[in-house]
Ligand binder design. Structure first.
Ligand code: ATP
Length: 284
């Protein structure tokens, strides 16, 4: 039997950092949602007790460093499964982009193997396993739109924002998430974006207020350092995107756009100087 799972990318409509904790993690408040840019995973059982991961994407590890591999090993160990699995990862989400591609692959692996091996784990149990792999993995298991607190693993689902187009642009630079958080001085953040404001905008389905309420405090580290990210934000805004924000720790920038007629102008304008541009929809 073959199992297929989609692993969609996430964007942060809001990312706030409250403080650095004693355990080294940051206490965050985020509103996350998913877009229909997704990796695809194919899984089937192997006759021998072994995890084999393959992918045509040349730039990701295929051993225990890969989050999908780690997810397979974790669920196998915890549930005492003595069977092997072959996982093929069709990578569509850009890597190290701030779109949680690796976390979503881990989540899809947990969901898929739960089905393949008939383990009967609940979504809550899968989320708890996911939290051991990374802060974004529980959200990637649950999907939809959620407020995430703690180090990102405590979730409260909320309704989806109003449907719109999402233009994603990733400049050709590598930004390390650990580095960005390391450089952030949480106590010196001047303006915190408002979670209640964004929740209210979503509840009222006000696209305009969702765009006005977008905020990501990590921009205060990334924008001064990387002119490419700044430039993409400026161009997207100039070309008429309704709301523009860096996703996660970057470097991908997303633009929310309500009118289809504007989308191709924004896409073409960005493609002039940025190779990786995607036009997708929210996964509502
Ligand atoms: P986040 O938004 O959660 O910080 P990201 O989108 O910035 O994630 P990922 O694409 O998840 O970053 O990749 C970050 C690093 O993790 C890469 O350097 C990559 O080598 C490694 N990695 C491990 N497993 C995967 C995977 N399945 N897909 C992509 N990268 C992976």
């Amino acid at each position: 039997m073959k199992i297929y799972e989609k692993a969609p990318a996430k964007i942060n409509l809001l990312l706030d950092v409250l403080r650095k904790r004693e355990d080294g993690f940051h206490e965050v408040e985020m509103i996350m949602t998913m877009v229909d840019l997704a990796d695809r995973l194919e899984m089937y059982e192997l006759p021998r007790d072994q995890i084999v991961l393959s992918s045509h994407a040349g730039f990701i590890p295929l051993d225990e460093k890969n989050l999908a591999f780690q997810a397979a090993r974790l669920i196998k160990d915890r549930c005492g499964v003595e069977r092997g699995v072959y996982i093929h990862l069709d990578k569509q989400i850009p890597v190290a982009a701030g779109l949680a591609g690796g976390s979503s692959d881990a989540a899809a692996t947990l969901r898929g193997l739960n089905r393949l091996w008939g383990l009967g784990l609940s979504v809550r149990e899968l989320e708890a396993l996911g939290a051991e792999l990374g802060s974004d993995v529980p959200f990637c298991i649950r999907g939809g739109t959620a407020i995430a607190t703690g180090r990102g693993e405590k979730l409260e689902s909320i309704e989806s924002p109003p449907q719109c187009w999402v233009v994603l642009a990733k400049p050709p630079i590598n930004v390390s998430t650990a580095d960005v958080y390391g450089k952030l001085r949480a106590a010196e953040i001047e303006r915190h974006p408002s979670i209640p404001g964004m929740v209210d905008a979503i509840r009222r389905q006000s696209f305009q207020d969702v765009c006005a309420g977008l905020g990501n405090v990590l921009e205060s580290v990334t924008l001064p350092k990387y002119s490419e990210v700044r430039q993409i934000k400026e161009v997207m805004t100039k070309l008429g995107a309704d709301g523009v924000l860096m996703s996660g720790s970057g470097p991908t920038v997303f633009g929310l756009v309500s009118k289809e007629s504007k989308v191709s102008r924004i896409y073409n304008g960005l493609r002039g100087f940025c190779k990786e541009v995607y036009v997708v929809r929210l996964l509502t």
